[in-house]
Ligand binder design. Sequence first.
Ligand SMILES: [Zn+2]
Ligand SMILES: [Zn+2]
Length: 178
Amino acid sequence: MSKTFKDNFHRPPAVVFRQPLNLKSLLVRAKLSQSFSVESKGCFKTHSKRCVTCSALKETAFVQSHYTGQKFKLFHNITCNSVGLVYLINCLDCKKQYVGETGGELRIRHRGHRQEIRKANTTLGKHFQSCKNFELIGIEKLVNNSKRVREEVELKWIYRLNTFAPVGMNVKEVSHDI
Ligand SMILES: [Zn+2]
Ligand SMILES: [Zn+2]
């Protein structure tokens, strides 16, 4: 073995540094970014422009009622992958607002809204036939991801932000399970 080769072989830092990404380093990274995101409260984009939901997401630490001007701080970390949450849709053209809830991922719910707009088969879908631009904000993530709790929290935000029609886009729906 030549001296040079031996020297290189016994230089551990260089070897470690040149190692390609392995599972362990990926896990460490995931853990680091996770602990970072838990600290940051608000709504955040996590993907590039290729994610339709992240493109529509507004990065913000608060939401504001377009009707009263009142601002509310956000207390959770929400991304397009968050599950079980209440969210806000702001129409950027006429400023009307819509509060919604979902038990699944925000990006799946967003896909559902895009379909409603294509088919114009809901109040929201019809709204965006004339208005075109909107932004999406995750407001509150629910520890108890049950339909009942989600609807309670949804209603809380509807009142807080004043999003009932005709001021906003929310319509009172008749509950069928009375
Ligand atoms: Zn995304
Ligand atoms: Zn509008």
